[in-house]
Design a protein around this ligand. Sequence first.
Ligand code: UTP
Length: 294
Amino acid sequence: MKVRKGVFLVAGLGTRTLPAAKTIPKVMLPLADKPAIQYVVEEAVAAGIEQVILVTAAGNQAVEDYFDTAYRLEETLAARGKEKELAELRALKEMAAVIGVRQHEPLGTGDAVRTARSVVGDEPFAVFLPDDVIDGQPPAIRQLIDVHETYGGEVVAVMPVPREHVDRYGIVEGAEVAAGVRRLRSLIEKPPVGQAPTNLAIVGRYVFTPAIFDYIDRIPTGAGGEIQITDAIDALAQEGEVYSSEFTGTRYDMGDKVGYLSASMDLALKRPDLRPGLVKYLRSLDLDRLDSPS
Ligand code: UTP
C-alpha cells in the first residue's frame, strides 16, 4: 500500500533551543528565509506524501497557521498588486492537505506518534521529527519508503556518528541485507560510550505500519521519563521486521545551536538569489582573527 500520510512531531518543549523557543516553535525558526518545517514538508511532498498530520501542542499554533490561509495578508497583497508574494503564499497552502492533532502533554515521541492514530487509520505512514532537517536527493523519506516497498515492515533512518557521540542518539544493531539496509535485532536509546553495538544513529525519519501503535501502548516509560518511539520499535523488532536505511544527504540538527546556524548558512549558499551576497560577506571575514577568543 502506498505511503500517503506523513506525521510531523512538533509538540516538544524545545528546551535546547531556548530562549528563542519560548514563544517561537523550534521548527518555525528560519533557515535562510523559510522556517525549518517548510523544508521538511517539501521533502515529504517530493516523496509523494499527500497528507500532512501535524502533532502540535498548546502554544505552537504558529506551525498550523503557517500552512493555513492568511486572509488579511493575502487580501492586502492582492490589493497592492504583489502577485509574486501572493503566489508564494498560495503555493504554500496548496502543497498538501494539513490536519492538526494535539498532544496534551510532552510525554515523548512514542506518545506523540500515538496521538495521530485515528487520523492515520489502517495504512503505512511516514513520521518526521522536523528538528532534523535533511538536504538530500532523492529526499531522505523517499529512500526509506523505497526500503519499505521492497522489504515491508518498519524502516528507520540511520547515519554513522563518531563513536564518542553514541550516547547522544538511539543506536541500531542488525545484519546487512543490502547496501545500507539492515534487518534490525535491537535499538537502544542513548547507550553509554563503549557499550553501543554500532555507531549507526537513528535520525528523525521513519516509515511505520499501524502495528507500531500496539507496541507504543505496551512499552513502559523510558529514558527521561518519556514514552520513547525507539523503545516501541525495539519491542517490534523482537517479533516483527524492522529495517534501517543509511540514507544519503546532509542532516542538520535544529536542536543544536551550531547545527541550526550551519543549516541556515548551507541552505542560503544553495540559493542563487542569496549566494553572491553571502559569499561576498564570508570572503570579507578575517578568518585568522576568528581563531582568537572574541
Ligand atoms: P526532541 O526531544 O529532540 O525535541 O524531540 P524537544 O523535546 O522539542 O527538544 P529539547 O530536547 O527539549 O530541546 C524530537 C521531535 O519530537 C517532537 C519535538 O517537537 C521534536 O520535533 N516531540 C518530542 C513531540 O512532538 N512530543 C514530545 O513529547 C516530544
